[in-house]
Design a protein around this ligand. Sequence first.
Ligand code: GLN
Length: 188
Amino acid sequence: MQVGVLALQGAFQEHQKMLADCGVKSLQVRKDLQLEDISALIIPGGESTTIGKLLQEYNLFKPIIRMAGKGLPIFGTCAGMIMLAQVINGSQQPRLGLMEICVDRNAFGRQVNSFEEDLNIPALGVEPFRAVFIRAPYVTDVSVNVEVLVRCDGKIVLVRQGKFLAAAFHPELTGDIRLHRYFIENCL
Ligand code: GLN
């Protein structure tokens, strides 16, 4: 088994390191045919408008949506969460739209307002999870099909809908592999 990491922009190498620490092989994904060789896909943080443009340039939009329809599990972090959202409040920018969530971009403030927070995420056990927020989005609305896994300051920042998982923060930056392991164990 290997997990693909969309490698067009952003912190894809850090995600690969986390997967390696979970004992899982990874593959940098830039071509549609590579989607056939992976058991799951991670969409890293970065800039969602840029990722959207690059997905179009690399002709990856339709292939990813098609594979998701066939059951490919996908984990989106930060900009990756925005790509997964059906609704991006106030924006028509391209997105995969696979999760029944509405998000606000840059919702916690600008870069200077990036912050870290210890979150209690019951799904990951009792140890708090250090979450790094960098110009992060949060979820403003979810459908009944979406499980809210944690809130920060009352805002929804981690959600799951079946095989899809989305985090507003950057779990690849702290060395805590529990969220990647959760994805592999529960969404695949
Ligand atoms: N602010 C970025 C966006 O709107 C996301 C930031 C990130 O991924 N760290 O796409």
